[in-house]
Unconditional design. Structure first.
Length: 252
């Protein structure tokens, strides 16, 4: 078990133990029979547990590049507000004004439920934002792999002699730049087009390999065919980019 996992589990255990001790302490101080004392102990125990559990999550993710950092900050603020509210309710309503037990319990229940709802909404929003960020990261990784793929084909092409090879390299450079500065695919409606582009690049790679295996006098015809393949991929990528812009505009 890693040190970080041990530390996190220790904080969670401390949260449980401290909460129980707080409840028992307030109950015993109140002479066991005073319900308000038990209510105060339970409320403060919940606040303590929320703080320690939150610290445990922060410790667990402190070395990870979390896209939900703003949501962690918001959660920390909400937990802090909840803890301060509970403390003020215990001091003012439980001990200074000594509210009736039913009213005192109801106020703490409302505070806890409000805190739970807000924290739950923040957690859901953070989960959604994190999933979206990871999805975009995966798409960006695919795009980088595709650009690197084209770069690898260009390197193979550059090892071949001939004037027509230089012309092909310029066409390949245009394709590489177009792919590099295109937006990653983020709409499922375009996944099929993206797969088609991958297939055409595979065909281009085979064509370049064939040029390298062919005699010099036959390369002109193959080079001309390769230009058509490159231009076809470029048109497909440009059409895809246009459709992607429309899809993004339609989703806003």
């Amino acid at each position: 078990m890693s040190t970080r996992t041990t530390s996190r589990n220790g904080l969670w255990l401390a949260a449980a133990v401290l909460s129980v001790l707080t409840i028992l302490l307030f109950g015993l101080i109140g002479g066991i029979v005073q319900l308000n004392a038990w209510i105060s102990g339970i409320a403060l125990g919940c606040a303590e547990a929320a703080i320690l559990v939150f610290i445990g999550f922060v410790v667990h993710r402190r070395k990870a590049a979390s896209p939900g950092a703003p949501f962690y900050i918001a959660s920390g603020v909400i937990i802090g507000v909840y803890a301060i509210s509970v403390l003020l309710e215990v001091i003012l309503l439980g001990y200074l004004f000594k509210l009736p037990e039913s009213s005192y319990l109801m106020i703490h229940l409302i505070t806890f439920l409000g805190f739970s709802v807000v924290l739950g909404l923040i957690a859901l929003a953070g989960k959604y934002a994190g999933a979206h960020e990871r999805k975009e990261s995966d798409h960006l990784a695919v795009q980088k792999e595709t650009v690197a793929w084209i770069g690898g084909i260009r390197r193979k092409l550059g090892e071949m002699p001939g004037e027509n090879i230089h012309s092909l390299d310029r066409q390949m450079a245009e394709l590489e730049e177009t792919l590099r500065y295109s937006d990653p695919i983020t709409h499922t409606s375009l996944y099929e087009v993206e797969h088609m582009i991958q297939q055409k690049i595979a065909l281009l790679e085979d064509q370049v390999a064939l040029i390298g295996e062919t005699q010099a006098e036959q390369r002109d015809e193959l080079a001309e065919q390769t230009v058509h393949i490159i231009r076809d991929i470029l048109r497909t990528v440009q059409d895809r980019n246009t459709e992607l812009l429309k899809a993004k505009a339609g989703s806003t």
